[in-house]
Design a protein around this ligand. Sequence first.
Ligand SMILES: [Zn+2]
Length: 142
Amino acid sequence: MIHEWTPTRISPGNSPTITTDTLCPTCWLHPETPTHLHQCNHPTRNKIYQTLQLQLSKLFFKFNLDLHLYQMYWLGLRNTHDNQTQHTINMYPPPFHNLFQTQSEIGWKQLHYSRFSKHWTHYLSQHHPTSKPQLSTPRYLP
Ligand SMILES: [Zn+2]
């Protein structure tokens, strides 16, 4: 997904000329652009996003991260393009406002490319300085 080179049916490296070739192979309703890849509402893709959401929530729980951070990441990831009206700074307490504002400035779409504003790191280093993965207990064979 780097730099819009997501291997969708319409991307800078792939411009098919037949209209049906541009449609999303899951819903067959919209051109499969990198944007549509994250917004397709077909049940098959919804299931994939539900799995992703579950895995993300487990990671945030594992690292004991603030749920506001999880919410901001998830909503930012899902509402990255045209519909930012449902994701507003007022959804978060003041300690998250700098983070929200700076990510808004560089674009929520950047989360798809693992580009976070520096305030994510700043927030994490201040509020979760020891957030490291819990190593599982070593297993020994008898
Ligand atoms: Zn689709």
